[in-house]
Design a binder for this molecule. Structure first.
Ligand code: 0X9
Ligand code: ZN
Length: 567
């Protein structure tokens, strides 16, 4: 499989250099979605992902564990043989997208096809230039609220532009702040769009929401809406499914071929267990040393101008919260992601309770449900990630990675989220991020404001006069206890030093740990009202994709979904 990818990418590099204006066509490529139900299916999928495979595949969600949804795209020429192979092995799958090119074209809203818009739009997927021009326009309109900071240049000499909102025009390394970046992975377009949506929420909210104003005055936001501008532009003009940055090609000799591939996965390039894999076998999702792979970690930690620029800025102005926007799968990820069952010391006391409160606020907006946990526990182990580095090395108190919409059930379009979802995603994500910012405000800004006001620490703060919600650690913990959708069982907690790879890192290892995420809100139906019949194979498929918790599915598929029917 990897060789196929290498040759394919080498061909893509060559094609791109000869005919730059012809974007890669995904006509009739399929998105296949599989929920591996057993170890045999899982190892088969892993062999397709990690070893040579006869098919041209691109894994959008790599195989990790039984029950973890796998999304892969297949070229039209290989689709029927792959599907025959899956069926022969008894593997349940769905074709979530029949024609990827059509889905790419449907990302744009109908109105924008009919009337191609000029310039920037908050409910559109914009170019880097459009985004930067909008930031410059905002700066001209609100010079005292907004500061633009050029933090570095990319391989292709694009500027990495951070917008600072609030906190005055000078940079203060001691002021508590919130960092938000997006677009570290080029093809995850919803992330930069959401970051820009949040920029607008902050700027417009500042004038009309006194609580927000008080918060931003003391806790500025630093927002990097496009962390990988070269890759993002490449995904707009040449290959919609590009993920990495655009580091110039590195060539390797393989058998009788020389293959040259561009790009580094920036979310494997941070100095947190960089290039380390804890799995007993090669795991490409973890971090790959193959420059042709989508998770290539680069020649050294921080080898890339983009990750280096972010590191240098954050080391100079360390924030109290670090949030990195990605897509997709609706997960709120907490460090550490490099290894299963590895958690920072304040995972259960601070990071997770705040994540639960944030996702609860998110759900309250449109009913969107998120899973909460570490990337390694919920997805796959991956080293060199930015949010792990922010927590583990930089010691940022609250560090998260958010995998935005959609979820990977049934017909979600993966990375190709239609533009009409930008506003709902923006609104709900802002509600969650505001919870995090409020927490930073009450933990890190309020105490010094109290000091300045010359009041005793116990005195209820003047911010309460402004109607600001006090969020003490105690409240946070209580909130997590009453969170109804998550149950957690911890065995006795042991504190062990980390491995020798990273200095001074105490890692709390909780073994064994079972996190049961219950997403169902279905009211149990009593047997008396249930006819234990259903639509057979459809229902089994829906069950495989965890859709029994949908009220309609639960009703139509009583025999399959309702445990009472199986007694
Ligand atoms: O693989 C990544 O970098 C992230 N997923 S994405 O589909 N947006 O590329 C997830 C990283 C989270 N960490 C772990 N899974 N360990
Ligand atoms: Zn990503």
């Amino acid at each position: 499989m990897r060789l196929a990818v290498c040759i394919l990418l080498a061909a893509a590099v060559a094609a791109a250099s000869t005919a730059q204006d012809e974007p890669h066509s995904y006509r009739n490529f399929k998105l296949i979605r599989i929920n591996p139900e057993n170890d045999a299916t899982l190892s088969y999928l892993k062999s397709l992902y990690e070893e040579e495979s006869p098919y041209t595949l691109d894994f959008w969600q790599p195989p990790s564990h039984v029950g973890g949804v796998v999304d892969l795209t297949v070229a039209p020429s290989d689709a029927s043989s792959l599907i025959r192979d899956l069926s022969a092995r008894g593997i349940h799958y769905i074709v979530a997208i029949h024609d990827l090119q059509k889905a790419i074209e449907s990302e744009k809203s109908l109105t924008s096809w009919a009337h191609p818009p000029k310039g920037f739009g908050y409910e559109r997927y914009n170019s880097v230039d459009e985004i930067y021009n909008e930031l410059k326009r905002l700066k001209r309109e609100r010079p005292s609220l907004i500061t633009l900071i050029d933090i570095g240049q990319t391989h292709e000499n694009r500027t990495m532009l951070v917008v600072k909102i609030g906190g005055g025009q000078s940079l203060d390394e001691d002021a508590p702040s919130v960092w938000l970046d997006a677009g570290i992975h080029a093809r995850e377009w919803i992330a930069p769009a959401t970051a820009m949506f949040i920029v607008r929420e902050l700027v417009e909210g500042y004038d009309v929401d006194p609580k927000l104003q008080a918060m931003i005055d003391h806790v500025p936001f630093y927002i990097l809406p496009v962390m990988n501008p070269d890759g993002y532009e490449y995904s707009r003009t040449s290959d919609r499914m590009w993920r990495k940055n655009r580091r110039p090609a590195e060539c390797q000799h393989k058998d009788w071929h020389t293959v040259c591939c561009r790009g580094v996965d920036l979310n494997r390039n941070f100095d947190w267990y960089w290039a380390v894999s804890f799995l007993p076998y090669f795991s490409a999702s973890g971090s790959s040393s193959d420059s042709c792979h989508d998770t290539y970690h680069g020649p050294a930690a921080f080898s890339e101008p983009e990750s280096m620029a972010v590191r240098d800025f954050l080391e100079a102005y360390p924030p109290k919260a670090f949030i990195s926007l990605h897509s997709y799968s609706q997960m709120w990820l907490i460090p550490f992601g490099h290894r299963r069952r590895s958690y920072p010391a304040d995972y259960s006391s601070a990071l997770r309770p705040l994540a639960l409160r944030a996702t609860k606020a998110l759900e309250a907006v449109h009913g969107t449900k998120y899973q909460v946990g570490t990337g390694a526990d919920l997805m796959y182990e991956a080293s060199g990630g930015s949010h792990d580095w922010a927590k583990g090395a930089l010691k940022v108190p609250f560090s998260y990675l958010i995998e935005l919409r959609p979820r990977n059930t049934l017909f979600g379009n993966g990375f190709l989220l239609p533009e009409r979802e930008i506003a709902p995603v923006g609104n709900e994500t802002w509600a969650a991020i505001r919870v995090v910012a409020d927490e930073v405000f009450s933990q890190f800004a309020q105490p010094s404001l109290r000091g300045k006001a010359g009041k005793k620490p116990e005195t209820p703060l003047s911010l309460h006069k402004l109607g600001l919600r006090g969020t003490s650690t105690e409240q946070t913990t209580a909130a997590s206890r009453s969170e109804p959708t998550v149950t957690e069982t911890d065995a006795p907690t042991t504190v062990s030093p980390s491995t020798t790879v990273q200095p001074e890192t105490a890692t709390v290892t909780i073994q064994p740990r079972t996190v049961v995420v219950v997403e169902s809100t279905v009211t149990p139906v009593t047997l008396a009202t249930v006819t234990c019949e259903d639509y057979g194979s459809y229902c089994r498929l829906w069950k495989v994709f965890n859709l029994c918790d949908r009220r309609a599915v639960h009703k139509l598929c009583a025999l399959t979904c309702n445990p009472q029917c199986r007694v």
